[in-house]
Design a binder for this molecule. Structure first.
Ligand SMILES: Nc1ncnc2c1ncn2[C@@H]1O[C@H](COP(=O)(O)OP(=O)(O)OP(=O)(O)O)[C@@H](O)[C@H]1O
Ligand SMILES: [Mg+2]
Length: 372
């Protein structure tokens, strides 16, 4: 959706930064968000999404596997759609979590310079493919703010250790996304694993562990994040499309009709048979999420303070209430548009559709930082 032209009068004027886009190619839909910096603030210019199902013989809301050519033409279609009208090529592109390998490795605390050479060598042991076949990225995990001269955790004189988060993406994956960028006419400044984008767009500065639950079409991705680091993750093989198929099967409706019913009614649409079917799918997903939370809490002896819901599935009506009850902890829908200056009169719409755009907004925000 492009924002009405007259907003140019409010947000317009001299540009403080070039416009940039964040692109999220999900299994069921592509999302794009265009922003720019104005008076030190990230301002929303336009955003939109395009369902991929119809490009692969499936319906809207269903996950499909498509060749890069088709994805590229879908992305190009989305960007030039009249209501979207993307006006820049400067992009950051998100990469699915499933295409990444992450491990936390312990290293001697030898300072950033030496780590630069040591981490890739050490990472060989943890990455199951030849190191020259992957793109490697890493960052030291900040230590808790405790003064260990008062409470020494290591014997005096011992070499201090630090944890390093290592992330690897296979070169083939990068190649595929470069191909999509080239064919759709965007200049990809970077490729970023989607969870890092989401963290940027929905988390506050807080230190306590939180769970991000990304309910996509075919799967639900669970991440426990603490101090800006992914400490645990788990992918559940059920997602929002399973709700649609369950409604379709149990009420004997075509998938397209079931999809509409799901979105219109959700859990709070007043139809008990629909709500019962939805509940059944969600029960399974929430049980897995609770298991992941418990596993983390046991291992680290810390509690997860909050669950942040993102992904298209998080827009299901009544989901937040159900999540609150299921998790016995605070559960909120992610509000990534909240990180942007947006026109007041569409704030409600942006809150509702927000969870779906968490990845794309996070990628756009990084691109804006890179440009600034
Ligand atoms: N208002 C809504 N109510 C319920 N479900 C919805 C609503 N809007 C979208 N969905 C569902 O959300 C799913 C798509 O979510 P999303 O766009 O986050 O997935 P994706 O990014 O393509 O998937 P993945 O990240 O797993 O690759 C679809 O299955 C769709 O039916
Ligand atoms: Mg997604």
């Amino acid at each position: 959706m492009a924002l009405p032209g007259f907003l140019g009068g409010i947000f317009g004027g001299k540009k403080d930064s070039p416009s940039v886009i964040g692109i999220d190619i999900g299994s069921s839909a592509i999302k794009v968000v265009q922003i720019r910096k104005k008076n030190g603030q990230a301002v929303l210019e336009t955003y939109g999404e395009l369902a991929l199902g119809p490009y692969g013989g499936a319906s809207i809301g269903q996950a499909v596997q498509l060749p890069t050519d088709k994805i590229a033409s879908a992305l190009a279609d989305l960007m030039k759609e009249k209501e979207v009208n993307v006006t820049t090529k400067l992009a950051g592109i998100a990469i699915p979590f499933a295409s990444s390998l992450m491990s936390v490795i312990e290293m001697p605390d030898v300072g950033p310079k030496q780590l630069e050479t040591m981490v890739p060598l050490e990472a060989r042991k943890y990455i199951p493919v030849p190191i020259n076949e992957v793109m490697l990225d890493w960052s030291a995990i900040p230590k808790p703010e405790v003064d260990d001269t008062v409470f020494p955790t290591e014997p005096a004189g011992a070499q201090k250790k630090i944890d390093v988060l290592v992330v690897a993406i296979h070169n083939d994956t990068i190649g595929r996304y470069q191909d999509i960028a080239l064919k759709s006419g965007v200049e990809a400044g970077f490729f970023e694993i989607e969870i890092f984008s989401t963290m940027r767009s929905v988390l506050e500065e807080g230190l306590a562990p939180v769970m991000i639950m990304d309910m996509g079409a075919a799967s639900t991705k669970l991440y426990i994040v603490e101090r800006g680091v992914v400490r645990a993750s788990h992918t559940v093989n059920r997602g929002a499309q399973d709700i649609t198929s369950a409604i379709s099967k149990s009420l004997g409706l075509p998938v397209e009709r079931a999809e509409v019913m799901k979105r219109e009614m959700g859990l709070s649409g007043g139809d008990k048979s629909v709500a019962d079917v939805i509940n059944l799918v969600l029960e399974y997903i929430f049980a897995e999420a609770n298991r992941t939370i418990l596993g983390f809490e046991k291992k680290y002896n810390k509690s997860v303070s909050k669950v942040v819901l993102v992904g298209g599935g998080a827009s299901l009506k009544g989901l937040q209430e159900l999540a609150k009850a299921a998790f016995k902890t605070e559960a909120v829908a992610g509000n990534p548009f909240g990180k942007l200056a947006t026109p007041a009169f569409i704030e409600n719409i942006l809150r509702q559709t927000g969870p779906e755009f968490a990845v794309a907004i996070g990628t756009a925000l990084r691109k804006l930082q890179d440009e600034g």
